[in-house]
Design a protein around this ligand. Structure first.
Ligand code: SF4
Length: 676
């Protein structure tokens, strides 16, 4: 390290943001400030390059939206006006409010709201969980993303590790279903391109023609929410045409006959009528899938975001089992690999079992904040999240945040749209300003990174602030792990490989699964179900889904709102993180045919609306969409539209068939021109 502040130094780090790839980073520091963030070669999967989003991280660290000191509200809620406060004053006020609420209304009137602002082990489920558990607060069900797919994967495969990114290069067929790796989880793309170079065929299943779809052999542009019939029609054909690998199913799976029975009604013609994909294309896909090996299927999170989402993911994940695609490098599926690290108990540092207090589904935070009487939320504590911009029924969430009788704390590095409604804002340290231990949920890596710089302004790490709140509310106990080192020791200690992981991290900053960096399903890793078999119709899932697993609930009549709104990720934000840097107005994508029917031209000022709310923005004619589908990206902030509302103002808070997930893609809307 240089003693001269103007001399640059390079520091190794790792990205813990909500992205599967877990890049290792090369951070350039000069004068005590981060001046550039790039990729390092430590993580062999991400191979020295990173996304354009995180390359802008220095602007995130030092931009005008960065919170540099605690603040106490002086203006009206939503205005974002705060007076400067010391940490002592702010934490004393928060602790006093917590104790008062617990005393006067009960602990469950406290609602913590957190999600994937950081996926690092040290920034959630440690001292924060301890504080809220011991206060008897309500529990948040983190269901806004990946809950239905996680439930399906757990039911069928016990969250078996999937195909490693690197092994896509070995595939002869790559299926990308409901995901756009060109903007999110970008490190898969070079492996797909390498496979293509070696002659692999590519199929993309997506309502939009994504960049990968441009170069694909087949693009199935299905209607949003119809992934389930499409997958079931392929399963039916595999069984009926004798292409199902019955020997594999007999050996390695349970429930094949029942799955066959449930898929039987789904002819290609019937699936085509639901999905809008021609029956001949469905058959072409089924044949290609049956006849090509190794076949790697990348399943994204798009198919889960509708009323049939859990069953859709289960049916997609059943495909490689039915077609016998496992047991060879590059064969199988990839969903989330977060479960690959389940040997580490992420809750170990909470030091407390989860209490049986009220559970609040985060897709219904708006409804929870509207409750009166016994269920009233009196104190909302937001961290690692921006619920106003990321949760369904945005106007209901906003109405809740506007409640004068709600005391809201927001602990974040940035003055987010949600933070503008806070009574107290607390500045959080970013991952470059503290120690972090994080794992990929695409790449099979565990990485440890020390702070690269001192926290900017008065920012503090999550674990330190929640530990202090434990002390101030009187729930701290002697021996609680509080420092980063203590928490890390407990987390690694929860794994039987703890000492080996600790020494690998100390030596290399990176550690791999016991089975290596790229285990092959059904060679190196097997289903983590009790009998190590795939359970194609798990009883628990069948009981949970309101009308049974694999039941397709058709769309109700669209009536006044004939257009399906989708809100996928873009190359600008990670969910809503870094949204303060994306200042430009964002238009609604609409197919020229739909625009013509409404007399709209490119660039017109428009209103997208339904019974839940409306968004005012510009129209952009987009031939890449299938007709009947409009597109407004997820992760927008209020400054991106004329109305300050985003796609979530149009999203219902209805829930998926499994795990209470979000149904963003069930939003149905109409579009009209606004006066110029
Ligand atoms: S967001 Fe993803 S691609 Fe970007 S730096 Fe982080 S891990 Fe890498």
């Amino acid at each position: 390290m240089s003693a001269r502040p103007d001399v640059e130094r390079h520091v190794e780090s790792a990205c813990p943001l909500d992205c599967p790839d877990a890049c290792s980073l090369d951070v350039t520091v000069a004068g005590g400030r981060v001046v550039a963030v790039g990729g390092s070669d430590t993580n062999p999967v991400t191979r020295g390059f990173i996304c354009a989003k995180v390359r802008r991280y220095p602007e995130h660290l030092y931009g005008p939206s960065r919170l540099t000191h605690p603040g106490i509200r002086t203006g009206r809620k939503g205005e974002g006006a705060f007076r400067r406060a010391s940490w002592d004053e702010a934490l004393a006020l928060v602790a006093e409010k917590m104790l008062a609420v617990r005393r006067e209304v009960g602990g469950e009137a406290i609602l913590p709201v957190s999600y994937g602002g950081s996926n690092g082990y040290l920034s959630q489920d440690t001292t924060d969980a301890r504080l809220f558990y011991r206060l008897g607060a309500s529990r948040l069900l983190r269901t806004v993303c990946a809950a239905p797919s996680g439930r399906a994967a757990m039911g069928l495969y016990g969250k078996m590790p999937g195909v490693a990114y690197q092994d896509y290069a070995h595939a002869k067929l790559v299926v990308v279903w409901g995901m756009n790796p060109s903007v999110s989880g970008i490190h898969l793309v070079p492996y797909i391109l390498a496979a293509q170079k070696n002659g692999a065929r590519v199929v993309v299943v997506d309502p939009r023609r994504t960049r990968l779809a441009d170069g694909a052999d087949l693009h199935l542009a299905l209607r949003p929410g119809t992934d389930l019939p499409v997958a079931l029609s392929v399963i039916r054909w595999l069984f009926e045409s004798g292409r199902a690998d019955r020997a594999f199913l007999a050996r390695q799976a349970r429930g094949a006959e029942e799955l066959e029975r449930r898929a039987a009604p789904w002819t290609f013609e019937r699936a085509a009528a639901e999905s809008g994909v021609p029956a001949k294309d469905l058959e072409a896909f089924a044949r290609l899938y049956a006849e090509t090996s190794p076949a790697a299927l990348r399943c994204g999170w798009g198919p889960e975001r509708n009323r049939n989402g859990g069953s859709a993911i289960a049916a997609i994940l059943a495909l490689p089992a039915v077609a016998g695609k496992f047991g060879v490098r590059g064969g199988g599926y990839t969903l989330s690999n977060s479960g690959a690290w389940k040997e580490i108990d992420g809750m170990a540092a909470a030091g407390e079992p989860e209490p049986a207090t009220r559970a609040v589904n985060m897709n219904r935070v708006g409804a929870a904040l509207a409750e009166r009487g016994a269920g009233r939320v009196a104190l909302l504590f937001v961290y690692n999240a921006n619920p106003l911009m990321t949760l369904p029924e945005q106007q209901r969430v906003r109405a809740g945040l506007e409640r004068e009788d709600l005391f809201t704390v927001v602990f974040d590095p940035i003055l987010t749209d949600t933070a503008r409604y806070a009574d107290v804002v607390l500045p959080a340290a970013t991952f470059l300003e503290r120690t972090e231990l994080s794992r990929g949920y695409g790449a099979f890596v565990l990485q440890r990174a020390d702070a690269v710089i001192e926290p900017y302004g008065e920012a503090r790490p999550n674990h330190a602030v929640f530990a202090e709140l434990c002390r101030r509310t009187g729930v701290a106990r002697p021996g609680d792990p509080e420092s980063a080192e203590e928490i890390e020791r407990v987390l690694l200690g929860s794994s039987r490989r703890g000492p080996a992981l600790a020494s690998a991290l100390a030596r290399d900053r990176i550690a791999y699964l016991e089975e290596g960096a790229s285990p092959v399903p059904f060679v190196d890793v097997f289903p983590r179900t009790p009998d190590r078999k795939i359970d194609l119709v798990p009883e628990a899932l069948d009981r949970e889904a309101p009308r049974g697993l694999y039941h397709y609930e058709p769309e109700s009549a669209r009536g006044r709102f004939p257009l399906a709104l989708i809100s996928p990720a873009t190359d600008r934000t990670i969910s809503s993180t870094l949204g303060e840097l994306h200042r430009a107005p964002v238009p609604l994508g609409i197919h020229p045919q739909d625009a013509r029917a409404r007399g709209l031209r490119d660039g017109d000022r428009i209103r997208v609306f339904n019974d839940l709310g409306s968004v005012a923005c510009r129209a952009r004619l987009d031939e890449r969409l299938r007709p009947g589908v409009v597109f407004l990206p997820k992760g927008l902030w209020s400054h991106n539209t004329d109305s300050g509302t985003t796609a979530n103002a149009l999203s219902p808070d209805t829930l998926t068939d499994l795990a209470g997930g979000a149904c963003f893609n069930d939003a149905r809307v109409e579009v009209e021109r606004l006066p110029a």
